[in-house]
Design a protein around this ligand. Structure first.
Ligand code: HEM
Length: 446
């Protein structure tokens, strides 16, 4: 039988494996293919010239391979810390890891090479669904470590995390059905455009955005010193965005985009993102501009929502939809993962300290610059064929590639360096307060 510190180390090795796999998916199948696609589109001055299977391979690797892998790994880790499922959670975590990484890799290979894709596509979806089902079954059985006589009501942040987990599960079920239908009747491993547009709403606005809102509600009062989030505000944001996604499913994109924009405003208000902080930010081990980047990512969320509303009215060749999607995925989600990830992952993966604050700043600044160039030039290029904009797009791609490389390098070196041999050493009390974040009780204004 393992003792507590052995189980803790095993848990840290497992979350490290998730982080490393996520970084690899982000770098090669995700970003490198995205850059390749964008450079080809810019060379031909047309989005339609490129194989949808390649575009979808890139999207799948980024959302499932990178963000999804991080979410599952962090989910196993933090729920195990909160609950009493440590030893068997580690075992199951590794089984999920193996199935998940195999599924995402097969999906990418099937889309890009089309080799045996009629078999590989449904198999990859089944592997992903099984990996997630194991995770889901494990975390649904979680119980608080200290079993209180009466369970406290579930807090807003946890409700968002639960909604995100259910959203993730539904996306994987849809993905499985899509894969089987394609395998039976399509000519290529490509989801038809109209269906893909709707599916992408669920994929992007469903689970990752809710996961960010949930974990932000838990962490931002500590990391940024923000006021306690408003439970009512966050629950309204969740309800409005769920209604928005239902509208997407019914084909009501005009209503859906307005609702998703409104949900973003409600979430920002509920989290108090732009209100004056009540305590100093906790930036130990990270850059002092960390709060600015986190707030900046919410500006991208508003831009993404606003462009979505505009796209329904005016998009003709995919430029406004593309700009909106990347304002969300690169501007909001990736900036958030770069900022919060470099704050928490070194600690989760074995009490490390981030290797370089300089690299952290450079990765975040380059990512935001790349996203600005991309979102700013995609609409004039795709929609109005402006020559200068076509020249800027490849520059944006290389800038974003540089950003993700710096992020991966910084986290990679951090994880490889032996414990605490560089940077500031967090004090006992800082480590204790970080650990306390995994516990469910926190002040939430109702
Ligand atoms: C170096 C950074 C990136 C580049 C160069 C890039 C490039 C592209 C290109 C060219 C497309 C085709 C549609 C369009 O032109 O707008 C696309 C689609 C997409 N991208 Fe990216 N991307 C990048 C980063 C990301 C990230 C970080 C994510 C998610 C976390 C993401 C998710 C998606 C999704 C979901 C699609 C839609 C795929 C589909 O049509 O099914 N991208 N990307």
């Amino acid at each position: 039988m393992r003792n507590a510190s052995e189980t803790e180390s095993a848990l840290q090795r497992m979350v490290t494996a998730y982080v490393v796999a996520g970084l690899l998916f982000m770098l090669l199948p995700g970003t490198f293919l995205g850059v390749w696609n964008l450079v080809s589109i810019s060379g031909r001055h047309s989005l339609s010239a490129l194989s949808p299977a390649w575009l979808q391979a890139h999207g799948h690797a980024q959302i499932f391979g990178w963000l999804g892998t991080f979410i599952i790994g962090i989910g196993y880790y933090s729920l195990s810390k909160m609950g009493r499922l440590m030893p068997f959670a580690v075992r199951r975590g590794w089984i999920s890891w193996a199935l998940w990484t195999a599924g995402v890799t097969l999906r990418w290979a099937a889309n890009v090479t089309e080799f045996q894709w009629r078999i590989l596509l449904p198999v990859s979806a089944a592997l992903e669904l099984t990996a997630f089902a194991i995770f889901f079954a494990t975390v649904s059985r979680h119980k608080p470590a200290s079993a209180p006589v009466e369970r406290p009501p579930m807090e807003a942040w946890m409700k968002l995390v639960v909604a995100s987990t259910l959203g993730f599960l539904s996306v994987l079920v849809v993905n499985q059905v899509e894969a089987v239908v394609l395998a039976m009747g399509a000519f290529h491993p490509e989801v038809p455009h109209r269906l893909d547009q709707r599916y992408l709403f669920l994929v992007a606005w469903g689970f990752p955005v809710w996961a960010v809102w949930g974990f932000n509600a838990r962490w931002l009062p500590v990391f940024l010193g923000l006021r306690a989030p408003s439970s009512r505000g966050l629950m309204s944001a969740l309800a409005v965005s769920v209604t928005g996604l239902v509208a997407v499913a019914l084909g009501q994109l005009r209503v859906a985009t307005i609702l998703l924009f409104a949900a973003s405003v409600l979430a920002i208000a509920g989290l108090n993102v732009f209100r004056r902080a009540e305590k100093p930010a906790k930036t130990l081990g990270v850059i002092s501009s960390f709060p600015m980047f986190v707030r900046g990512s919410y500006v991208w969320l508003l831009i993404a929502g606003g462009l979505g509303v505009y796209a329904v009215q005016a998009d003709t060749t995919g430029g406004i939809w593309g700009a909106s999607r990347h304002a969300l995925t690169v501007g909001f989600l990736s900036t958030m993962v770069f900022a919060i990830g470099q704050r928490v992952l070194p600690a989760f993966c074995g009490g490390h300290v981030l290797y370089s604050k300089g690299l952290m700043w450079a990765s975040l600044a380059t990512l935001n610059l790349g996203c600005l160039l991309r979102v700013g030039s995609e609409i004039p290029a795709y929609e109005a064929n402006v020559r200068l904009a076509w020249k800027v797009l490849p520059v944006s791609a290389i800038t974003e590639l540089t950003a993700v490389t710096l992020f991966a390098l910084n986290l990679g070196i951090t994880l490889l360096l032996p414990l605490f041999n560089r940077g500031e050493r967090p004090s006992q009390s800082d480590r204790r307060s970080d650990t306390a974040l995994y516990m469910p009780q926190t002040a939430v204004r109702r």
